[in-house]
Design a protein around this ligand. Structure first.
Ligand code: ZN
Length: 137
């Protein structure tokens, strides 16, 4: 099943995007390419460019959001890897058929005008996996 095209982005949980941009933009010299508030997920995100991939910084905006809980438990750091695919729903089906535990049963709108879905880390070697495809026109 050849359906993972490339690394779309790597998600990093942070307490403050403003503070983290000092590291990623000022020190590591990655251009800031996109910022977005995702109120329905209780998170705001910023993307910095690295080659053809990006780093997604995720900052909680609500104490009940999954990112807030993640920070409480694990602190700042690596949160998820996102693979670019042609078809999120087809990939979810294929992974589920092979026994993967899905967090999202089907693709939903995510940041950067993409369709996304998450796969549980317990079936992905301890890594939270996001799948993303461009929003169909
Ligand atoms: Zn992501």
């Amino acid at each position: 099943m050849a359906f993972l095209n490339k690394i779309d982005h790597i998600g990093i949980a942070v307490r403050s995007i403003e503070n983290s941009l000092k590291l990623y933009v000022d020190q590591l010299k990655m251009p800031l390419v996109h910022r977005e508030d995702v109120p329905e997920r209780g998170v705001r995100v910023a993307f910095t460019q690295i080659g053809e991939s990006t780093i997604e910084l995720l900052e909680p905006t609500q104490p009940e959001s999954t990112i807030a809980k993640f920070l409480e438990k694990r602190g700042e750091g690596f949160h998820h890897i996102c693979y670019a695919v042609d078809d999120v729903n087809a990939t979810l089906k294929a992974l589920e058929a092979e026994g993967a535990t899905l967090i999202d049963k089907e693709a939903r709108p995510g940041a950067e005008n993409k369709l996304v879905a998450f796969v549980h880390p317990k079936s992905m070697g301890g890594v939270l996996v996001e799948l993303a495809q461009p929003m169909p026109k």
